[in-house]
Write a protein that binds this ligand. Structure first.
Ligand code: APR
Length: 264
């Protein structure tokens, strides 16, 4: 915390002031906000796509050809996903909502850690790992039902009780459309946003990575908190290359300090 405070103090102050004086601020998060909860991201160091090729494990047409491959990966990463707890970055974003500073969190994450940290208005544009559907008849299954089926149906991954087609988590795979409401709602919010705080995303996957462009087109400002550079760094008002779990709480702390000064 001390290190971040020293190096980025001015940037944290600027980010806090932009957010405090905003009218329609929103947040866009990626897998980087959950790595400090023990969930690997996709393209950072040791990311999931380093171990599992996305064209084989993360793509809908590959899934339909061979669901077993996907379930092989899912059973390895799911325990981490299910037992993960929110980290200070998630709690800081939940507090920004409580303080009335942000209108919503748009997340590419499927881990539900924003909700577990207390965020209410969360749009999961890549779905959620806690809901499962049949790819043919769309029957829905709970996590508990799937875990029971995985124990019973060892080969090939769980299949639908009704039509025997493969089941998959309601997480969006490459080649699948985004959930309609979340897609259009997040575009509308991004268009309306005078400030977008982007936390823990490489901004490399469409259409999520277009959302900041909607904000910029309406002269909105970007604040990027990411431990690696992103393609939009040069378009952002503030760029902080540090851990979200350290930086986001400092931004909240600074907002509270400024609020006290405003009241004095
Ligand atoms: N603090 C700040 N940044 C972090 C942290 C952290 N604690 N941990 C990782 N990062 C950074 C990584 O350096 C990387 O730049 O977060 C970024 C995460 O980028 P990705 O792994 O590409 O994740 P994301 O942007 O969410 O990917 C988008 O791609 O594979 C699909 O559907 C998947 O939703 C995912 C989408």
């Amino acid at each position: 915390m001390k290190v971040v405070r020293l190096i980025e103090k001015k940037k944290i102050q600027k980010a806090a002031s932009l957010l405090l004086n905003s009218k329609e601020a929103i947040v866009l998060t990626g897998a980087g906000v959950s790595t400090e909860s023990g969930i690997p991201d996709f393209r950072g160091e040791g990311g999931i796509w380093e171990k599992y090729k996305p064209e084989i494990y993360g793509n809908i047409s590959a899934f339909l050809k061979n669901p077993a491959k996907f379930w092989e990966m899912a059973q390895k990463i799911a325990p981490n996903l299910f037992k993960a707890k929110p980290n200070p970055g998630h709690y800081a974003l939940a507090e920004l909502e409580k303080l009335g500073i942000i209108k919503a969190v748009i997340t590419q994450n499927i881990d539900e850690l924003h909700q577990k940290a207390g965020s209410i208005i969360v749009y999961e544009i890549h779905g959620s790992v806690n809901r499962f559907n049949c790819v043919a008849c769309n029957a829905s299954y709970t996590k508990e039902q799937i875990l029971r089926k995985l124990k019973k149906e060892k080969k090939g991954g769980p299949s639908c009780e009704y039509c025997a087609a493969p089941l998959k988590p309601s997480a969006v795979l490459f080649g699948e459309p985004l959930p309609r409401f979340e897609k259009f709602q997040s575009q509308a919010l991004a268009q309306k946003a005078d400030v977008m705080l982007i936390a823990g995303s490489s901004l490399s996957v469409a259409p999520a990575c277009y959302l900041p462009l909607y904000t910029l087109r309406e002269n909105g400002k970007l604040i990027i908190v990411n431990d690696q550079p992103t393609d939009l760094d040069d378009k952002a008002e503030v760029v902080i290359h540090h851990k979200t779990g350290a930086v986001l709480p400092l931004i909240v702390e600074e907002i509270k300090r400024l609020q006290i000064l405003q009241k004095a």
